[in-house]
Design a protein around this ligand. Structure first.
Ligand SMILES: Cc1ncc(COP(=O)(O)O)c(C=O)c1O
Length: 426
């Protein structure tokens, strides 16, 4: 029997998820098998080390479940090696930095204000204190094109040890071939992609796999478009060696350097219940239906972007080519993102305020909102439903000070959302 207080909170959260529409582009709804694996007895087990090389006994099943997760991840993303132990996306990135860099080394990464992630060198992070981050940007936020000329100039000038491609608020595809060509001009430069947001799109074949363009390492979360448990993943190209022996720092040895950086470098015992759930999610992503799911995410995002444009929203880069949309609500309606986030929360549409490129407003009240379609696509929404969502958004923004109107809109959203069960309810 579960703790009453916690049971009440779980029930409350389930109701919130069931009755609302989740538009945060980094969230999703996992399947019942993923939830079951997460809640399994693997949570009881210590298994420091790697399959076949553990520091505790009793590893018959943990070794098998971790090996299964590794093999499925490798198959899904065409990798030579997978480390499925990082507890989340941030430690996955830190592990790669510590595997390849010495303190003071330079990393060339996307500017946070132009779509990069905190872990890509935001001054508040530990990595930014240890390493020297240089930032590249979009050439023009109305088209979204990265300034590849500037990127090359920065690379030749600063000779980064890592060039990092990846984002958490960029609605277009990166040209990994151009990144790779620049990286190949710099001796000893590791090409790293952080696909935390788009892993599901890559797995589903609707976004390019950076390995196909010569990248050495890909980091990811497993809980966004990939629709697995909250966790991290590091994939690499190279030769897999014995993680008990420190290898020479070469690109070929990257898999072993990464294994050693994760454990014992940063983490203790892996969370085998989460790894079991990762194995389930990777298995689901290997099914043909996952390709349809990924394609539908992108179709829904394009339809939602169009429906927002016709209602006066200004979209950064003019639209989207992936699962996410960044709208400049300050340019559109003279409002800040916090006001809009709160108005939409009141009607059951959940998204987040977000800075836009060269934002003139402060981070806590930025000019933008960020939204996306991975979660609503999991619930079965299609292009024809996107007009309705955009219409509710505009109506809630217009009625932001009218509590009665917001309550009426909320009732409509609940009635609509209940037609689409959560996957864990099915
Ligand atoms: C691109 C990118 N990398 C890393 C992370 C960090 O992941 P986590 O929050 O799981 O640590 C995120 C999360 O938003 C992300 O978007």
């Amino acid at each position: 029997m579960i703790d009453d207080k916690v049971a009440q909170l779980i029930a409350g959260e389930e109701k919130r998820q069931r009755e609302g529409l989740e538009l945060i582009p980094s969230e999703n709804y996992v399947s019942r098998p993923v939830l079951d694996a997460l809640g399994s007895v693997f949570t009881n087990k210590y298994s420091e080390g790697y399959p076949g090389r553990r520091y505790y006994g009793g590893q018959e099943f943990t070794d098998q479940v971790e090996t299964l997760a590794i093999e499925r991840a490798k198959q899904l993303f065409k990798a030579d090696h997978a480390n499925v132990q990082p507890h989340s996306g941030a430690p996955a990135n830190e592990a790669v930095y510590s595997a390849w860099l010495e303190p003071g080394d330079t990393v060339l990464a996307m500017d946070l204000g132009h779509g990069g992630h905190l872990t890509h060198g935001a001054p508040v992070t530990r990595s930014a204190k240890l390493y020297n981050f240089i930032r590249y940007k979009m050439k023009d936020p109305t088209t979204g094109e990265i300034d590849y000329d500037e990127l090359r100039e920065l690379a030749l000038k600063h000779k980064p040890k890592i060039i990092l491609a990846g984002f958490s608020a960029y609605p277009r595809e990166l040209d990994y071939g151009k990144f790779a060509a620049i990286g190949q001009e710099i001796e000893g430069c590791l090409l790293m992609a952080d696909m935390a947001h788009i892993a599901g799109l890559i797995a589903g074949g609707v976004a390019r796999n950076p390995f196909d363009d010569g990248f050495h390492v890909i980091t990811s979360t497993t809980h966004k478009t990939l629709r697995g448990p909250r966790g991290g993943l590091i994939l690499s190209r190279g030769t897999v060696g014995n993680p008990l022996k420190a290898p020479e720092k070469t690109l070929e040895n990257i898999p072993t350097l990464i294994d050693r950086a994760v454990f014992p470098g940063m983490q203790g015992g892996p969370h085998e219940h989460v790894i079991a759930a990762k194995a389930v999610a990777f298995g689901e992503a290997l099914q043909p239906e996952f390709k349809d799911y990924a394609a539908q995410i992108v179709k829904n995002a394009a339809a939602l972007a169009d429906a927002m444009l016709t209602r006066g929203f200004t979209l950064v880069t003019g639209g989207t080519s992936n699962h996410l949309i960044l709208a400049d609500v300050h340019a559109s309606f003279g409002l800040d993102g916090k006001v809009v986030e709160e108005a939409l929360d009141k009607i059951g549409l959940t998204l987040n305020k977000n800075a836009v490129a060269n934002d003139t407003l402060p981070p806590y009240r930025p000019s933008g909102i960020r939204l996306g379609t991975p979660a609503i696509t999991t619930r079965g929404l299609k292009e024809e439903h996107m007009e309705q969502i955009a219409e509710w958004m505009k109506q809630a923004i217009d009625a932001r000070d009218d509590e009665a109107k917001l309550a009426a809109l909320h009732a409509d959203v609940v009635t609509f959302a209940l037609q689409f069960p959560l996957p864990s309810d099915i």
